[in-house]
Design a binder for this molecule. Structure first.
Ligand SMILES: [Zn+2]
Length: 682
């Protein structure tokens, strides 16, 4: 067993003895050998060959000022930025001296780590002509030459063997802290998005035949052969990284391996590059889900500086980058920003300030930020589709911190409440896990059909599924409002309903709330009314063991995602707070445009509440957020509080009420972001 394997086991054993497991909600803390599990601040300046002439002192100063503590720097592959002695490794012709050696020495002197970037997906046309057997072959039987760089194939000798020679040379020559691989696998398009299809080279043909006895397919070939090909590709990529890992870790076990795959990798790289930021919760999901579902790995999810491939020098909005970096940071992943060329040559610099503000904030507050775990009390079972994303939005806008939950990886018992979007799709095994959770005192909220195998709702009989109609509503009766106790519901006697509604014959002892209105005329205006409200409940509540389950028999989250009507979230929050009595510790009384994240350290000495202000957005523009004054926070705690601090300015905050076991804190002003730190005494 190698050193890294052993230290991984020691780490797991240590955490287990502290009653913790390595999951996404837990901190990734590092032994010396796995330093990368601790969140770092990565800056990737993807160098062009012309950048060999940059000012290297300025480069290091810029990195330091930016707040990064690790740099992703182009070392080799397409262009070698060091004086390579290998015959088929293109030395940067614009370089005088040794760019990698010079930068690495200066960075290390400044206490900054360096991950070397390698790209073996293409090779200079001069070498390509000498080794056609290394190259990718398109479905038309052609090589692909893009700007003088010819596509290589994973199965060819360059990526199979020569790659190892290059890595060995670079890693024995330079004390790199890590290695990153770009453009891995079997790409079928070039940078102009021209489609070239499945590689038809002799190596691919022979290996695929060995694998399954079939001829290599084209992209529109027999579906079963294409599935086989998919499987074969995965095996080849894993095999390649297995060999790469063996080599790298034999040179030094603390060299981190980073790329876009998972197996044999230490830091998983992902990218947020949707130019207009259409997905406000993508970074939250990616950070939480990646850390939850992988063991002993970290995530570097980069925010991509530019709009898209064809506009590499023009940047997406500054506060879009800011939002992404923040969401990665407060969910325990690395901070990661990527641009083309060194900062000293960047021609659109508007985003640097807002991104750097968060990097420097992280640097100044490492003591509080590095070793924490989620303190969320609500788990949201991760699903696909509108209902799931609607629930993400409902929880976020109502400042209810949540963890994404995986039945395979999460410890359900740590949550007070679980929410299951699109619940009809839950299988029998997972239904049993939910039943156990409720029996032991948990609170469960379902959205959609009740799973057949679920017992905790009393197994109500499904009488009918009302199909999507043009006009259905949910009546909110006075007695419903009395139980849900949400002030805003005084203005709502109904909310509209679209999509399947599941009518149940409730089991004995089931609470039946809200009512379906299903017979509504909508034209002409003279006839726009309904004559009756049905007895069909639109919210069922059932006690089970020590806990309780509730079900909206329609996809309430999808309604909010599609329509944004304010009544739907109020039904959700009232159900969580007052019907299921989740009893959440944290409440924030302020604008829904504030995103809140709640974490604590592993030893119970502190917890913090992170706030991000989303208010600057209008259409495709992200402007500086409008300051929000008087953010009121209440937090239940029975422990003696030593200090409460807002970390952006180190101001002490005085709680106004601490006698009733509830701290009341007012943050005078939230600009872009804040973390409120609560430290406990002994
Ligand atoms: Zn091939």
């Amino acid at each position: 067993m190698g050193r890294s394997g052993l230290s991984g086991m020691v780490l797991i054993a240590t955490l287990s003895s502290m009653g913790m497991t390595l999951s996404g909600q837990s901190a990734r803390s590092a032994s010396d050998d796995s330093w990368w599990l601790t969140p770092h601040r990565l800056l990737q300046t993807n160098l062009r060959e012309i950048d060999a002439t940059m000012d290297t002192d300025q480069y290091v100063r810029d990195v330091k000022e930016f707040g990064a503590n690790i740099v992703l720097f182009n070392v080799g592959g397409i262009v070698a930025n060091y004086p390579t002695e290998l015959e088929y490794h293109w030395r940067n012709t614009l370089m005088e001296g040794d760019l990698v050696g010079e930068i690495l020495e200066k960075l290390h002197k400044a206490g900054i780590k360096m991950i070397g970037r390698f790209d073996f997906s293409k090779i200079n046309e001069k070498y390509a002509a000498q080794h056609p057997e290394w190259l990718y072959v398109s479905e038309k039987g052609q090589h692909v030459n893009y700007n003088g760089q010819v596509h290589t194939c994973v199965m060819g000798g360059y990526q199979q063997d020569y790659l190892l020679k290059i890595l060995r040379e670079a890693l024995t020559k330079y004390p790199l802290d890590g290695v990153f691989f770009n453009m891995i696998g079997f790409p079928q398009v070039d940078y102009s998005r021209n489609f070239h299809g499945i590689c038809q080279c002799e190596n691919c043909k022979a290996s695929f035949k060995d694998f399954c006895g079939l001829d290599i397919p084209k992209h529109d070939g027999d579906p079963q052969t294409l599935r086989k090909h998919q499987e074969w590709k995965g095996i080849q990529v894993d095999r390649q990284f297995g060999r790469v890992r063996d080599l790298i870790k034999s040179i030094r076990s603390d060299i981190v391996i980073c790329t876009y795959t998972t197996k044999y990798i230490d830091v998983i790289r992902k990218e947020s590059g949707a130019p207009l930021g259409q997905e406000p919760w993508d970074d939250v999901e990616r950070a939480q889900w990646t850390l939850l579902t992988t063991e002993n790995k970290q995530l570097a999810n980069t925010t991509v500086h530019f709009y898209e491939m064809i506009f590499r020098h023009s940047a997406a909005a500054p506060y879009l980058h800011s939002r992404r970096v923040w969401q990665q940071m407060v969910n325990g992943a690395w901070l990661d920003f990527y641009c083309i060329g060194p900062l000293q040559r960047l021609e659109d610099r508007a985003g640097l300030g807002p991104i750097s503000d968060i990097y420097r904030f992280h640097a100044a507050n490492e003591k509080w930020l590095l070793r924490t775990e989620s303190a969320a009390e609500v788990g949201l079972v991760r699903r696909d589709g509108d209902d799931y994303w609607g629930w993400v939005q409902i929880l976020a806008e109502n400042h209810i911190p949540f963890d994404l939950v995986s039945f395979a990886h999460s410890d359900l018992k740590r949550y007070k409440a679980l929410i299951v979007p699109e619940s009809g799709g839950i299988n029998a095994t997972h239904a049993r896990a939910l039943d156990d959770f409720v029996a032991e005192g948990g609170k469960l909220l379902l959205s959609g059909r009740i799973p057949d195998a679920l017992a905790c709702m009393g197994r109500p009989a499904l009488k009918k599924t009302w199909p999507m109609r043009h006009s259905m509503y949910v009546r909110i009766r006075p007695e419903d409002k009395a139980e849900l106790r949400v002030d805003g519901l005084k203005d709502f006697d109904l909310v509209h309903l679209r999509g399947d509604f599941h009518e149940y014959e409730p089991a004995a002892g089931t609470g039946q709330m809200l009512r379906l209105i299903h017979d509504v005329m909508y034209g002409p205006p003279e006839k726009c009314y309904y004559r009756s409200v049905s007895d069909i409940p639109a919210l069922l509540v059932h006690k089970h063991g020590d806990g309780m389950a509730a079900s909206f028999p329609f996809q309430l989250g999808a309604m909010y995602r599609e329509w944004g009507n304010l009544g739907h979230p109020m039904l959700a929050v009232g159900t969580l707070d007052n019907l299921l009595q989740t009893g959440r510790r944290l409440r924030i009384d302020s604008s829904p445009l504030i995103e809140a994240t709640h974490r604590r350290d592993l030893k119970g000495r502190l917890e913090w509440i992170a706030l991000y202000n989303h208010s600057g957005r209008l259409e495709n523009s992200f402007h500086p957020p409008i300051p929000i004054d008087g953010v009121r926070i209440s937090l239940k705690t029975s422990r003696p509080v030593k200090r409460i601090t807002s970390l952006t300015n180190r101001a002490r905050l005085k709680p106004t009420n601490r006698s009733s076991g509830e701290l009341q804190i007012t943050l005078p002003r939230l600009n872009v972001f804040e973390i409120i730190l609560i430290e406990y005494g002994d």
